[in-house]
Write a protein that binds this ligand. Structure first.
Ligand code: DAH
Length: 360
């Protein structure tokens, strides 16, 4: 086999073996590039006699043409294969159902929704939101709120106590949001107008009690706040929250160590079937406790009861959520059952506002 034929065979074999366009390009450069094998042969022509140049030149050019042709053919095959692989990779099955984006499939838990609704209503009345820790001192949860050590009202709180720390202090999981009142009065000067939503804990578990639940506390302190103001605030709240033009409320005398006088508040409703309606009917439902802040509490928190007075209330968020949205069992709220949350949850982009509607 002549040198030219041997070169032709190896080059065409290399072209056939090139698996992609990069290796094909390497074969082209090795043959036809400036320093390629065929280019090198062409460079030898100058040294030949005119006759030899004629035959050799024609033979080398024929070799060059067949290599160029083979390169083009192989390139076309590789391009087509690459395109087919890409189409396969990016194949779309147009018959698949449309998948909703996460923001539309996710759901806001009713407790978050109701907390946002409550905050929206009180923010509109000029209240700020105050927060405190879930792990509290006995002092803030009880003593400063006028539950002296050994007072029987402490027993009613079914408290979770932590192990005593190195200083012998026994912390607890707050049994109500009222310690946030204490923290607010200790850190702010009147006039004070805050609500304090948050988690609370008691050792209790049945259809209407869970060991962790939610409350919202309200506190107003200034030099003139009265019981009449308290009643107005609560009535306006109930109308806005239950989205009815009028509510009937009943204020019953009660006892809390941190308020005097103390009251429990019921709202009138009618139950028919599984439904519950507010602002009408003959049933009463207890929704919160409230009263005028006890002068001992003011004093314990560094506020002069001769100058300042105020009112407070505490409401179970879970309870009003169940009432408003017809959820029968409190325990379902904390079961993390996807079917339940898909049914009772709220769309993330429907934010509760007074202008746009609370419940969407
Ligand atoms: N802390 C009370 C409880 O958990 C609720 C409460 C009642 C809070 C009256 C108040 C209030 O601020 O004035 O049972």
């Amino acid at each position: 086999m002549s040198e030219l034929e041997a070169l032709k065979t190896t080059t065409l074999t290399a072209i056939d073996a090139a698996a992609d366009e990069t290796s094909l390009e390497a074969v082209r450069v090795a043959a036809l590039g400036k320093k390629g094998s065929i280019s090198a042969l062409l460079a030898t022509l100058g040294k030949l006699s005119p006759d030899e140049r004629k035959t050799q030149g024609a033979a080398i050019n024929a070799l060059k043409d067949s290599v160029t042709e083979a390169l083009a053919a192989r390139r076309a095959v590789l391009k087509q294969a690459a395109l087919e692989a890409q189409l396969k990779r990016e194949a779309l099955d147009l018959t698949l159902p449309v998948r909703a984006p996460a923001v539309e499939t996710g759901r806001i838990h009713p407790i978050s929704q109701v907390t946002d609704e409550i905050v929206a209503i009180f923010a509109d009345m000029g209240f700020a939101v105050a927060e405190g820790p879930d792990i509290e001192s006995d002092d803030f949860n009880f003593t400063k709120l006028n539950f002296p050590p050994g007072h029987p009202a402490r027993e009613m709180h079914d408290t979770f106590f932590l192990q005593p720390d190195d200083n012998g202090e026994r912390k607890l999981l707050r049994t109500h949001t009222s310690p946030v009142q204490v923290r607010t009065m200790l850190s702010q000067k009147p006039p004070i107008r805050v609500i304090c939503p948050g988690r609370t804990y008691r050792t209790d578990f049945d259809q209407t009690h869970t060991p962790m639940f939610h409350q919202v506390e309200g506190l107003v302190i200034d030099d003139r706040a009265t019981l009449a103001n308290l009643k107005w605030v609560l009535e306006e709240f109930c109308k806005a929250f239950f989205e009815v033009p009028k509510v009937n409320m009943r204020f019953r005398p009660s006892f809390f160590p941190f308020t005097s006088p103390s009251m429990e508040v019921d709202i009138q409703c009618r139950r028919s079937g599984g439904e519950i309606r507010f602002g009408e009917g003959e049933d009463w439902l207890e929704i919160l406790g409230c009263g005028m802040v006890h002068e001992n509490v003011l004093r314990n928190c560094g506020i002069d009861p001769e100058v300042y007075q105020g009112f407070a209330w505490g409401m179970g968020i879970d309870r009003v959520a169940m009432l408003k949205y017809g959820m029968p069992d409190l325990r379902d709220l904390f079961d993390a059952d996807l079917r339940w949350i898909n049914h009772y949850g709220f769309k993330p982009l429907d934010m509760p506002t007074l202008a746009g509607g609370l419940s969407g």
